[in-house]
Design a protein around this ligand. Structure first.
Ligand code: COA
Length: 259
């Protein structure tokens, strides 16, 4: 367990991860990356957890990017290896359960990239979101050049990455960078409601949903459809599917157990 990343288990099969460096706008340093990788590893095999919320401590920042202090004396090969070793973006994307980014403030650089590696994003209307690496003579290094155009299209990706401008949560919702923007005082309850909804579902079906949707990025349509058919048919072997269908026919609420 680590002070720079708080892990809470909440009712409804929910785990909440909070990056906890509020005095540094929750910037991602090596210790935070390592803690995120460790927490994801533990939560992946925790059968009590079906959905994860990722957020930042305090009321100012979600995550204001990579810790710029660590860039100063970094050499190219060390930098490359550190990025490979600490690839929190792929770890979140490949995590077998849904991850919701709760964007409560500055969501910049690696923070924006981490939110894009999550499966869903909800922002405060007042959040400030952007890819300011260009201000440092850099480009995004956590997948921004690849995930941003997939979410918002090439034009907005070019604009955000080349100008370094920050947009509000409201604007981010309008261009599809987040799925919802809500007033800051409603952010927590909105995300909790979403997480509770998802946490009440069959964890095997959730994993199938995540894997098949992500497969659409790398598979041609005919292969993706085949992959979906495989997962769909496999789910017929689960108790959860029998429970879901039985509950519908008996007009009662399904209780999914994850088997
Ligand atoms: N890396 C390291 N430290 C950071 C940081 C980052 N990405 N973002 C903020 N901090 C630190 C500041 O250095 C400052 O530390 P200090 O009090 O020890 O001096 C503290 O967090 C508060 O930030 P500050 O700049 O004083 O707050 P602000 O309200 O004036 O501005 C930001 C907030 C987020 C706009 C500004 O900090 C910023 O531009 N950060 C860098 C964002 C960035 O470029 N991210 C991409 C990195 S690749």
């Amino acid at each position: 367990m680590s002070d720079v990343l708080l892990t809470e288990k909440l009712d409804g099969h929910i785990a909440k991860l909070t990056v906890n460096r509020p005095d540094k706008m929750n910037a991602l340093n090596g210790e935070v990356r390592c803690a995120i990788l460790g927490a994801l590893d533990r939560l992946a095999s925790d059968e009590g957890v079906r959905v994860v919320i990722l957020t930042g401590a305090g009321d100012k920042a979600f995550i204001a990017g990579a810790d710029i202090g660590e860039f100063k004396d970094a050499r190219p090969v060390e930098q490359y290896r550190a990025m490979q070793r600490g690839d929190i973006y792929l770890a979140v994307e490949r995590f077998p359960k849904p991850v919701i980014a709760m964007i409560n403030g500055y969501c910049l650089g690696g923070g924006c990239e981490l939110s894009m590696a999550c499966d869903m994003r909800v922002a405060a209307t007042t959040a400030k979101i952007g890819q300011p690496e260009i201000n440092l003579g850099l480009i995004p290094g956590g997948g921004g050049s690849q995930r941003l155009p997939r979410l918002v299209g090439e034009g907005w990706a070019m604009r955000l990455i080349m100008s370094g401008e920050m947009i509000t949560g409201d604007k981010a919702a309008a261009i599809g960078l987040v799925e919802a923007a809500v007033p800051p005082e409603e952010l927590e309850s909105h995300v909790m409601e979403l997480a509770k909804n998802i946490g009440s579902r069959s964890p095997i079906a959730l994993q199938a949903a995540k894997e098949t949707i992500l497969a659409a990025r790398r598979m041609p349509l005919d292969e993706g459809l085949k992959f979906e058919r495989g997962w769909f048919s496999l789910l017929f072997s689960t108790d959860d599917m029998a429970e879901g269908v039985g509950a519908f026919l008996e007009k009662r609420k399904a209780e999914f157990r994850g088997s």
